[in-house]
Design a binder for this molecule. Structure first.
Ligand SMILES: *Cc1c(COP(=O)(O)O)cnc(C)c1O
Length: 430
């Protein structure tokens, strides 16, 4: 459930008018709803309540300190993929003992940093990486807690760039090679075997792929528990959200507050019934599910341009601010902030390309979409922009990155100030 509502013909984030935020802070502007992300965390945590579990929020989805801080206060763990993300978690008040460290290319320096901070577990993604973690830990006269990421060779996820669980991609250790690697690791003096992990993909909108992967993993989990006493099985993240209301059941889904396509309860039910008998703690690593529909990106229309065949609405946000449409061809709902109407049958609606100012033909938020007659100066909201939005933003075309606002009830706080021109060249020399 999200807390962006239409009241009096305009869009509100919890108790704050987003038009007011745009006037005060300028555009492009990310606006997050604290209530929404905390609600998602609590509902997932509660839905898994009958089994031993840990929710580790995937920091890469949105790593703003205010997002991490809100989740840390809820007791969330964190799934990190770099030393920089661990630094953020610590600065936000997160507990290193609830951090798991994944990723195929951890550097020696990152391994040392995580070991010194006492993280919960490393997730090794290859034999060579296991050797490196062992070497670093022995030098520290420590044992590094480790799980192995298993590639279960299950296809899942809506796009080739976000499918991770097949042998076509770089992640994890092939299922067949896993038992051998655990055997070797058990003889390493710098390694303490703790668990096993998988992560099959992202934006998965049905329980099927999770169930198939868990069923494939179950015999291995039992074997590893018997042989090495593993204590947890991490299922990774990947639960999909509603981006396109028309794809979910009915045009109004987003506004009806259905933010998850695979509901939290259906996901939890499937997970619990498939893992109940394994006798290990369950770990989940949701990113998109927690923050995706807890954020929007506000942009102002700069110009409207008609060519012989097209109407282009040029806005002040671009692919450097939100790269998902350009990178993955992702759908984001785009709505005018004032006089929101629903229903694509409205006769005033015209096919529109909403584009940004960046010098790339790929800098397009949507193509030929039926939209109301937007004019210069109008404010639009790109919905479902809380995950993989700001965290993937860049300074391409020397565009300062947007400010980020956290709304909590009637309060709104700048949680990252807009970058200045001086920020753009910080650290450079001529
Ligand atoms: C990216 C990632 C996640 C989170 O994926 P979502 O689709 O955002 O839930 C979880 N675990 C690992 C290891 C990841 O790389």
């Amino acid at each position: 459930m999200h807390r962006f509502q239409v009241k009096g013909g305009q869009l509100w984030a919890e108790g704050v008018s987003v038009e007011r935020l745009a006037k005060e802070h300028g555009t492009p502007l990310y606006v997050y709803s604290r209530g929404t992300l905390v609600d998602h965390y609590r509902r997932l945590d509660a839905a898994l309540g009958e089994v031993g579990h840990m929710v580790c929020y995937a920091v890469k989805a949105n790593s703003n300190l205010a997002v991490l801080g809100a989740l840390a206060r809820e007791g969330s763990g964190f799934d990190i993929v770099s030393g920089g993300e661990l630094h953020r978690v610590l600065k936000a008040g997160g507990d290193p003992k609830r951090c798991t460290f994944a990723g195929v290319g951890k550097t020696r320096e990152e391994i040392e940093f995580a070991l010194r901070k006492g993280i919960y577990c490393f997730v090794a993604e290859s034999e060579a990486e296991m050797d490196e973690i062992d070497r670093v830990a022995r030098r520290f006269k420590r044992r590094a807690p480790v799980a192995v990421r298993v590639n279960p060779d299950i296809a899942a996820g809506g796009h080739e760039k976000i499918t991770t669980g097949t042998y076509e991609n770089k992640f994890g250790v092939a299922y067949e090679a896993v038992a051998g690697l655990y055997g070797r690791a058990s003889r390493m003096r710098g390694i303490a075997i703790r668990g096993v992990q998988m992560h099959i993909g992202s934006q998965i909108t049905a329980p099927g792929p999770f169930v198939a992967a868990i069923r494939k993993m179950a015999p291995l989990v039992r074997e590893l528990k018997a042989a090495h006493g593993i204590g947890f099985f991490s299922l990774g993240g990947g639960v999909g959200i509603v981006y396109d209301p028309a794809l979910a059941s009915g045009l109004t889904d987003w506004w009806e507050n259905r933010t998850t396509q695979l509901t939290i309860d259906d996901y939890a039910r499937a997970v619990i019934s498939e893992t109940r008998d394994l006798g290990v703690q369950i770990q989940v690593e949701p990113g998109r599910l927690i923050v995706g529909n807890a954020g929007i990106l506000l942009a102002r229309v700069l110009y409207v341009k008609r060519t012989g065949v097209k109407r282009f609405v040029i806005v002040d946000a671009a692919m450097n601010d939100l790269i998902r449409p350009a990178l993955y061809g992702s759908y984001h709902e785009i709505v005018p902030v004032r006089q929101l109407r629903s229903g694509a049958s409205d006769p005033e609606w015209v096919p529109t390309d909403v584009v940004g100012p960046v010098c790339e033909s790929g800098d397009v938020f949507c193509r030929d979409r039926l939209m109301p007659d937007l004019r210069a100066g109008d404010l639009v909201a790109v919905l479902s922009a809380g995950a993989y939005g700001f965290s993937m933003a860049s300074n391409y075309n020397s565009r300062p990155r947007p400010a980020e606002i956290m709304v909590d009830g009637r309060r709104a706080r700048v949680v990252r100030r807009r970058e200045s021109r001086a920020d753009l060249i910080r650290g450079e020399a001529r």
